[in-house]
Write a protein that binds this ligand. Structure first.
Ligand SMILES: CCCCCCCC/C=C\C/C=C/C(=O)SCCNC(=O)CCNC(=O)[C@H](O)C(C)(C)COP(=O)(O)OP(=O)(O)OC[C@H]1O[C@@H](n2cnc3c(N)ncnc32)[C@H](O)[C@@H]1OP(=O)(O)O
Length: 782
C-alpha cells in the first residue's frame, strides 16, 4: 500500500491505494514503517511522501469510520513524520484532502503541481479534521483562513494554497524529479522551525473576535449542522490551549461528531451520491450507455422555468436559442436571464468570464426554423397538454432527426407528446430555481395544503419545516414555483380525467382536492412573480417574503365557504404528515420499480429540494425513526383524515417487522447489544452508564467502542434505569415509580459533553427521594 524506494539519497514513500489513495490502516502502517526504515538507512538524507496514480491521499478511508478504529492512528504516524531527523517533503498532485492534508502538515515541507487542490472536506461528512488539522493549519496560516477552510470544506487551488503559505513551492514538469531536487536542497537546514506544533498561531491576539464572528457565521450559514460549530470550537483551541491539550480536545470532538446521527447521515449521503450514478434500467446501464454529444440547445418559453433552464445551460457554457411567441415576452425573458446571470456572478456561483461569454451564447428568436440544427430542445411552455402537443408537433417537423426533444413538464404524460421519434422524446423536469438545483428528474410533490385547509397556518408550517432543516418551507416553494403553474396543472389533470374543477370540488381522481391555491390564483396571487402569493414580497419577482393577513383572510374565507372548523395542528403532526406521506410515496416508487434503490430517492431530495444532508434524505430519516412507527402513523392519518395515502405493501411489510431496531440501510447498522447500569455516590447522585454496540450490517463488523456510550449524573431517586426501544429510537428510561424521564440516545450521544456535567431531576418532589437508591438496575438485551 506504500511503495518504498530509494532514489540516490532520497527515500520515496509512494502511497499506492487506488482510486484515491485513502489512508487505510495498511497505508498508515506503510507510512509509519517507511519513515522508520528511511530514518535508519544511512544512505538516505531526505524523505518524500507522495501518491501513486491520480492523487496524493484524498483523506482517511471513509469506510473505516464505520468500523472499530485500528492502529496505527493517523496522528501517531504524523508524529513520527514530524519527529524525523531527516527532512520530509510532501510532493502533492491531484487532491490532497482531509487526512491527506494532515499528513502533509506533519511533513517539514510541501511542494505541489499547479493543478493540485488541497482542503479539509471533513465537515461535509459531519466531522472535523481529526489528525491535528484543526491545531496545525491555524499555526501555519492564521485563524481566518483556517476557519474558512475547515468550516466550509472547500477545495483550495495550489495557487491559493501557496499564497496562504500552505505550500512552499509550486513546481512544473515531473513532480518526483522536482521533489527530489527540492528535498536535497533542504538537507542540513534546521528542522525545528519547520515543526508546526512549536509555532504560535499568527494573529492570536484577535482570536476571540475572529472565532466569535466565525461561530455566528457558521450558525447562520449552516443552520442545523453540528460539524461546522465543532470545527470552530476545535480551531479556537489552537489558540486557547497548549498543542497537546488542543489535540486532546480535537480528538474528543471528533469522536463525538463521528458517533452522531448527522455524521452517519452525511457519510451515507456521500456514498449514496456515488451509488446513484451507477444506475441500471431494463434496457441498459451506466456501463453500457453512451452519452450523446450536446453542443447546441434551445429553450421554448421564457417564463420562470424557461429562463432558469437557459441560465443553467449558459452557465455550463452551452449555446442557447431562446424561443418565445411574441417580442414582449422574449424581451422580458432576456431581461430576467441577464439579472439572473448577474446575481449568480455576485454570489460567486458563476465566474465573470462565463457570464460575459453567455451574452454571446444566447440567441433570442420568435422563429421555430432557427431550431433546425440544435441537438437538444427543452420545452418549458405553459402546462397545457394541447399547447405542448402543438409545440412537439412543430419541433418534430423542424428539428433534425437526431435532436432530443424534452419537456420540462412535471405532471403531463410524456408519451402523449406524439412525434415520429418517441425514442428521442423525454421528460426533463428541472427543479426551481433551475440554474441552482442539481436535480433533473420527475418527482411527485407532497400534498402540503391539506393541513392549511384544516386550520394550520402556512407560515407556521413553513417555520416548522425550516426548523427541521429545509431551506424553504413548502408554501415559500409554491410561491417560488408559481401558484399559477399549480393551477394550470390541476386544470389539465381534471381535463384528462374528463371533469372540471369547481368551487365545490373536494376530490380529484380519488384524491382529496384542496382549492386554496385556486382562490389565491383567482385573486392574481401567483407567487413571487406577482409579488403576492401565500406571502407578500417587496416587489414583483422579489425574494423577501413576509406573512400577509390578506392571504390568511382568503384561506379563512375558503374554510368558511366549505364549512371547515379550524383546528390546531401540532408541530409533530405537521412534520409527520409532510414527511411520512413523502416516505410512503418513496416506498411506492420503489415498489413500482420507478427507482430501484432508496438512495435514488434520497439523492433526489438532497439535490431537488435541498433536503438537509444531516438528515440523509427521507428514506434514511424513515429508517432512523423506525419503519414500524412510520407505517403506523401513516395508517393513523389514513384512517383519521380523508387523505388518500397510497397504501404501500413494501412499507407495510417492512413496517410490521419487529426484529430489533429495524434498519433499511447498511449504513445505519443494527443494535446488537445494549447495556445500562447505575450506581450512587455518597452525595446522593445517581450515575447512569450505558453502552450500545451497533453492527454495521453489510460490513459485518462491530462498531467499537460502542456507537453510543456515556454517563450522566442524575439528581433524585431512580428505581428503574434501562435502555428501551421506543417507537422511534433507543431511549434511556429513568423512573422513580411515579414518574419517568426518557432521553433519546442520540441526544445523549450528540451532547455527551454537556450532559456529563448536567444534572437531571427525576420526578417533581426530588428531595423526598434524595437519600435512597434502590431497586433493580436495568440490563436489556435486544
Ligand atoms: C472512531 C474514533 C476514531 C478516533 C481517531 C480519529 C482519527 C481521525 C483521523 C483522521 C481524520 C481524517 C478524516 C478524513 O480524511 S475524512 C475524508 C476526507 N476526504 C474526503 O472527504 C474526500 C472524499 N472524496 C472526494 O471528495 C472525491 O472522491 C475526490 C475529490 C477525492 C475524487 O473525486 P472523483 O474523481 O470524482 O471520484 P469519486 O468521488 O467518484 O471517488 C472515486 C471512488 O473513491 C471512493 N472514495 C473517494 N474518497 C474516499 C475516501 N476518502 N474514503 C473511501 N473511499 C473514497 C468513492 O467512494 C469512489 O468509490 P466508488 O463509489 O466505489 O467508485
Amino acid at each position: 500500500m506504500v511503495d518504498y524506494s530509494v532514489k540516490g539519497q532520497v527515500a520515496l514513500l509512494e502511497v499506492n491505494n487506488p482510486p484515491v489513495n485513502a489512508l487505510s490502516t495498511a497505508v498508515r502502517t506503510g507510512l509509519r514503517d517507511g519513515i522508520a526504515k528511511a530514518s535508519k538507512d544511512p544512505k538516505v538524507k531526505a524523505i518524500i511522501i507522495c501518491g501513486k496514480g491520480q492523487t496524493f491521499p484524498a483523506g482517511a478511508d471513509i469506510r473505516e469510520f464505520g468500523q472499530p478504529p485500528r492502529a496505527p492512528w493517523l496522528i501517531e504516524v504524523g508524529d513520527s513524520i514530524e519527529a524525523s531527523l531527516k527532512p520530509v517533503v510532501a510532493a502533492i498532485h491531484g487532491t490532497c484532502l482531509g487526512g491527506g492534508l494532515e499528513v502533509s502538515l506533519f511533513c517539514h515541507y510541501r511542494i505541489a503541481v499547479k493543478s493540485a487542490r488541497v482542503g479539509f472536506p471533513e465537515v461535509n461528512l459531519g466531522l472535523l479534521p481529526g489528525a491535528a488539522g484543526t491545531q496545525r493549519l491555524p499555526r501555519l496560516v492564521g485563524l481566518p483562513v483556517a476557519l474558512d477552510m475547515i468550516t466550509s470544506g472547500r477545495h483550495v487551488t495550489a495557487l491559493d494554497a501557496k499564497k496562504y503559505g500552505i505550500l512552499d513551492e509550486l513546481v512544473a514538469g515531473d513532480l518526483i524529479n522536482a521533489a527530489i531536487k527540492y528535498a536535497m536542497s533542504v538537507v542540513g537546514k534546521p528542522l525545528m522551525e519547520r515543526r508546526l506544533r512549536y509555532k504560535q498561531v499568527p494573529g492570536a491576539d484577535k482570536a476571540r473576535e475572529v472565532c466569535e464572528a466565525a461561530m455566528a457565521q457558521v450558525k447562520r450559514k449552516y443552520k442545523g449542522y453540528e460539524a461546522p460549530v465543532e470545527c470552530v470550537r476545535a480551531v479556537r483551541a489552537s489558540v486557547d490551549l497548549p498543542y497537546a491539550d488542543g489535540i486532546r480536545m480535537e480528538s474528543e470532538l471528533f469522536k463525538q461528531l463521528n458517533a452522531s446521527g448527522q455524521a452517519r447521515a452525511q457519510q451515507y449521503a456521500f456514498f449514496a451520491e456515488r451509488t446513484v450514478s451507477r444506475w441500471s434500467m431494463p434496457n441498459g446501464s451506466y456501463r453500457t450507455a453512451k452519452a450523446l454529444p450536446v453542443k447546441t440547445t434551445a429553450v421554448l418559453g421564457a417564463g420562470t422555468m424557461g429562463t432558469g433552464i437557459a441560465v443553467c445551460l449558459l452557465s455550463a457554457g452551452l449555446p442557447v436559442i431562446l424561443l418565445e411567441q411574441n417580442e414582449k415576452l422574449l424581451q422580458n425573458g432576456l431581461r430576467t436571464i441577464k439579472a439572473l446571470m448577474e446575481g449568480s456572478v455576485k454570489l460567486g456561483k458563476v465566474p465573470m468570464e462565463v457570464a460575459q461569454k453567455a451574452t454571446t451564447l444566447l440567441k433570442p428568436t420568435l422563429n421555430y426554423e432557427d431550431l433546425k440544427d440544435v441537438d437538444l430542445v427543452i420545452e418549458a411552455v405553459f402546462e397545457n397538454l394541447k399547447l405542448k402537443r402543438e409545440v412537439f408537433g412543430k419541433l418534430d417537423k423542424i428539428c433534425k432527426p437526431s435532436a432530443l426533444l424534452c419537456s420540462n413538464t412535471s405532471t403531463l404524460d410524456i408519451d402523449l407528446a406524439a412525434t415520429s421519434r418517441p425514442d428521442k422524446v423525454a421528460g426533463m423536469h428541472f427543479f426551481a430555481p433551475a440554474y441552482h438545483m442539481r436535480l433533473l428528474e420527475n418527482i411527485y410533490g407532497t400534498k402540503t395544503s391539506f393541513m392549511v385547509e384544516e386550520g394550520a397556518n402556512p407560515y407556521e408550517i413553513d417555520q416548522i419545516m425550516e426548523d427541521l432543516g429545509m431551506p424553504m418551507g413548502p408554501f415559500k416553494v409554491r410561491d417560488l414555483s408559481g401558484i399559477d403553474i399549480g393551477w394550470r396543472i390541476t386544470q389539465e389533470v381534471a381535463k384528462s380525467l374528463g371533469t372540471t374543477i369547481t368551487k365545490e370540488t373536494k376530490y380529484l381522481g380519488g384524491e382529496r382536492y384542496c382549492g386554496i391555491g385556486d382562490d389565491l390564483y383567482e385573486k392574481g396571487r401567483h407567487g413571487r412573480k406577482t409579488g403576492l402569493g401565500f406571502y407578500k414580497y417587496e416587489k414583483k419577482g422579489g425574494k423577501i417574503s413576509t406573512p400577509d393577513p390578506d392571504a390568511l383572510d382568503i384561506i379563512e374565507a375558503y374554510r368558511q365557504r366549505r364549512g371547515i372548523v379550524k383546528c390546531k395542528i401540532s408541530s409533530q403532526e405537521v412534520i409527520e404528515r409532510q414527511m411520512y406521506s413523502s416516505i410512503n410515496e418513496g416506498f411506492k416508487i420503489l415498489e413500482e420499480g420507478i427507482c430501484t434503490r432508496p438512495e435514488d430517492i434520497d439523492i433526489s431530495w438532497l439535490y431537488g429540494f435541498t433536503f438537509p444532508k444531516y438528515l440523509g434524505g427521507p428514506m434514511f430519516y424513515a429508517s432512523r425513526i423506525g419503519l414500524q412507527k412510520v407505517y403506523e402513523r401513516i395508517c393513523y392519518y389514513h384512517e383519521n383524515f380523508p387523505l388518500k395515502q397510497r397504501d404501500c405493501k413494501d412499507l407495510r411489510r417492512r413496517g410490521s417487522s419487529t426484529s430489533g431496531v429495524y434498519t433499511m440501510y447498511p449504513a445505519l447498522g443494527v443494535v446488537i447489544n445494549s447495556y445500562c447500569d447505575m450506581t450512587t455516590d455518597g452525595g446522593g447522585w445517581t450515575w447512569v452508564f450505558w453502552e450500545v454496540a451497533v453492527d454495521a450490517a453489510t460490513r459485518c463488523c462491530w462498531r467499537s467502542p460502542p456507537f453510543f456510550y456515556g454517563y450522566v449524573e442524575v439528581y433524585g431517586y431512580v428505581e428503574v434505569c434501562r435502555l428501551c426501544r421506543g417507537n422511534d429510537n433507543l431511549h434511556l428510561l429513568l423512573s422513580n415509580g411515579e414518574s419517568e424521564m426518557r432521553f433519546d440516545m442520540e441526544d445523549f450521544n450528540n451532547n455527551t459533553r454537556y450532559l456529563q456535567y448536567t444534572t437531571f431531576t427525576v420526578g417533581n418532589e426530588t428531595s423526598r427521594y434524595l437519600a435512597t437508591l434502590s431497586g433493580p438496575s436495568g440490563n436489556v438485551g435486544t
